[in-house]
Ligand binder design. Structure first.
Ligand code: MRU
Length: 365
């Protein structure tokens, strides 16, 4: 997607052919800075500290992390250690494990003399495929938005989204935002309600940044606003992304997604989840019981950062000193609240039969 008229992906190979460049998402929307990742440790820190975030993107960074590790050592033991270091960075998004499994399998099947070259090729393929999948998700999802516009006789379509599931969260295009970009570029009149997404505010800082960059009409709302908007007919459909979706269609996504799905269900608002195949965890069915939910530092809840009117970036405390806080990063929306899944192969119901129809080759259970 474009920043100031120049096309960017969220990750690319440096001209030296060895280091990897990413956009430092902790600096957005106030500064556009890139970071060079030159070692396994750089990749681990980038994922762990959320310099990069979003399920598909951390998968791509994980695969490149294995390639960076292979620059130092490409024996079986070194690959196993790099795999573990990367896999432990964030527990919920399954794309990380998926990408690491895929890259590791290629490396272990090859003689050590070829592993470095193959590691870069596989990471590049994972990144390219993610961009292509997300563009296809955009095409399938845009048809749903066009249908909504037709039902309204061409009047403006209002879409609610949560967190950032845009091009910054993937390699390009995004998942939930790809249909919005495609529909907007095709001339559909639409407007996006952007949940701010406390505590890290991915909606307010990243989704708003992306939509502004693409010229899509949008309004940031406090996280608790969606139910009110839906009751008053101000949301035509919701589209969110996912960090892990089970073979039964249970959707794990950013904390707060479940409440939006409940409100959508109660108000007959379609609730769509956009995701590539790499986000399915075929090994598990019950998302509530089986998906590990990342719990992050309570400081993310008790403090907030932003730019003050002098232009300085400040971090301020919101609570009395010493107030305890818990910070669950994700929740699970049971499949019964999901109207449909939007994948690169098309739109399907959130249940095992429909998913196996679309992905007959899927293994894991
Ligand atoms: O904690 P984050 O910012 O990595 O969480 C991101 C999300 O929850 C996204 O909605 C999800 O990864 C889907 S992104 C295409």
């Amino acid at each position: 997607m474009k920043i100031d008229g120049r096309h960017y992906r969220s990750i690319w190979l440096d001209p030296d052919g060895a280091s990897v460049r990413v956009i430092d998402q902790t600096k957005l929307p106030f500064a556009f800075e890139t970071r060079r990742l030159s070692s396994l440790e750089d990749a681990v820190v980038a994922i762990r500290d959320m310099i990069v975030r979003g399920a598909p993107l951390i998968g791509a960074v994980g695969a490149y992390g294995l390639a960076l590790a292979a620059r130092d050592a490409a024996g079986d033991g070194a690959i196993a250690r790099a795999y573990d270091a990367l896999n432990q960075t964030r527990p919920t998004a399954v794309n990380l494990r998926w990408a690491l499994d895929r890259a590791r399998a290629v490396l272990l099947a090859a003689p050590s003399t070829r592993r470095l070259e193959l590691a870069y090729a596989e990471a590049g393929a994972i990144a390219d495929e993610d961009a292509a999948c997300c563009e296809a998700i955009g095409d399938h999802g845009a048809a749903l938005i066009r249908d909504a516009a037709a039902r309204k006789g061409g009047a403006r379509v209002n879409i609610l989204t949560h967190c950032n599931a845009g091009w910054l969260a993937t390699v390009d295009w995004g998942t939930a935002l790809a249909p919005i970009y495609k529909a907007a570029r095709a001339g559909v009149d639409l407007h996006v309600w952007v949940d701010e997404t406390r505590p890290r505010n991915q909606g307010a800082s990243l989704t708003a940044y992306e939509l502004a960059g693409e010229g899509v009409a949008h309004t940031v709302i406090a996280d608790n606003t969606g139910g009110h908007l839906m009751q008053h007919g101000l949301v035509d459909l919701c589209i969110v992304g996912s960090d892990r979706t089970t073979r039964a269609g249970d959707v794990c996504n950013k904390i707060g997604t479940y409440l939006k799905a409940l409100a959508a269900h109660a108000n007959d608002v379609p609730f769509y989840v956009a995701l590539p195949a790499s986000t399915f965890d075929w090994r598990i069915a019950d998302g509530v019981k089986e998906i590990p939910i990342e719990e992050r530092d309570g400081d993310e809840v008790t403090y907030i950062s932003g730019r003050d009117d002098t232009g300085a970036i400040r971090r301020v405390r919101l609570t009395p000193r010493g107030t305890p806080a818990r910070n669950f990063a994700f929740d699970v929306t049971p499949a019964r609240y999901v109207t449909a899944l939007i994948t690169e192969r098309g739109v399907c119901a959130a249940n095992e039969d429909a998913l196996r129809n679309l992905f007959p080759e899927a293994r894991g259970a």
